[in-house]
Write a protein that binds this ligand. Structure first.
Ligand SMILES: C[C@](O)(C(=O)O)[C@H](CC(=O)O)C(=O)O
Ligand SMILES: [Mg+2]
Length: 303
């Protein structure tokens, strides 16, 4: 009822414990707090909070227009609703290394289990679009150092994302990944890999967990969990997928309504009211209310 009961510290410890094993951890992107509940209910290991989704949700393109405060507030709303560890997209860290440090602490306070900070220049672009630019290695390393130095909970995961593959090729990306690990990154997100072989090469080159981004309509093929696991990948995100699914369904429903003057034909595809109530734990609220109203103080207590 109300919120999930697991503390942020426990979620971070859980993520660290799982990353010490060898399973592939799946993080679908939550497009709102309720969808984070659904992700948990369906048995996934974590929740991803995407910058692209957060921007799109506000009607904005993903070009660095959102603020650290907006990201933190949305993250707080989402992390409250799930017992799963949540990983957030911190874009470029929202400024200079000192800003990165403040971003890390703000996102720690928002109940997240970790974040990724990337090496694009500001303003950033979606990692799967052409024409993006990256900062030099020294600046990328400074961002990661600042992030690592700033965290207060040592279990808070600092993941370094590098976008350099699409700009300078795989071997530069691998060298950069190694340097980011040396700078203290707990995990690596190699963006816009061309295929399974490239993921495998990065996973072999570093001794920290590597994340794969299975975003649709991007540069990478949509690989299966088994394929990714066989390449040594330890985390996978589906950042924008649920938003795309929901928006696709919304468009179809609006077209039906416009064409047919009724949504009758759409009802079988809708989430049922009873399922929504189940996810919201309506029952729990009724029980809580009931126990408050039937509660009677001890007769020996005088008022
Ligand atoms: C992972 C990502 O950074 C995001 O914001 O979700 C995006 C996803 C996308 O635009 O498809 C990315 O740059 O890959
Ligand atoms: Mg992003």
């Amino acid at each position: 009822m109300l919120y999930a009961t697991t503390t942020a510290e426990a979620k971070r410890a859980d993520l660290r414990r799982r990353l010490a094993g060898d399973e592939l951890l799946r993080f679908p992107g939550a497009f709102n707090p309720l969808s984070a509940r659904l992700i948990q209910d369906k048995g996934f290991e974590g929740v991803y909070i995407s910058g692209a989704v957060l921007s799109a949700d506000l009607g904005l393109p993903d070009i660095g227009l959102t603020t650290a405060t907006e990201v933190a507030e949305r993250s707080r709303q989402i992390t409250r609703m799930t017992d799963l560890p949540a990983l957030v997209d911190a874009d470029t860290g929202f400024g200079e290394p000192m800003n990165v440090a403040r971003t890390v602490q703000t996102l720690e306070d928002a109940g997240l289990a970790g974040l990724h900070v990337e090496d694009q220049v500001n303003p950033k672009r979606c990692g799967h679009l052409d024409g993006k630019q990256v900062v030099d290695l020294a600046t990328a390393v400074q961002r990661v150092r600042a992030a690592v130095e700033a965290r207060r909970d040592p279990s808070f995961l600092i993941m370094a994302r590098t976008d350099v593959r699409a700009v300078e090729g795989l071997s530069v990306a691998i060298d950069r990944a190694k340097a980011l690990v040396d700078a203290g990154a707990d995990a690596i997100f190699p963006e816009a890999m061309a295929g399974l072989g490239e993921f495998e090469a990065v996973a072999k080159a570093v001794d920290v967990p590597v994340l794969a981004n299975m975003t649709e309509f991007g540069k990478a093929d949509l690989l299966t969990n088994a394929e990714l696991a066989s390449a040594g990948i330890r985390m996978v995100i589906y950042p924008v997928s649920l938003l795309r699914v929901a928006m696709g369904a919304a468009e179809r429903a609006l077209d039906t309504l416009a064409a047919e003057g009724s949504l009758r034909a759409e009802v079988p595809g809708m989430q049922h009211r009873s399922r929504l109530y189940e996810l919201l734990d309506y029952e729990g609220y009724n029980r809580f209310d009931g126990s408050i109203f039937t509660y009677t103080p001890d007769a020996s207590v005088r008022h």
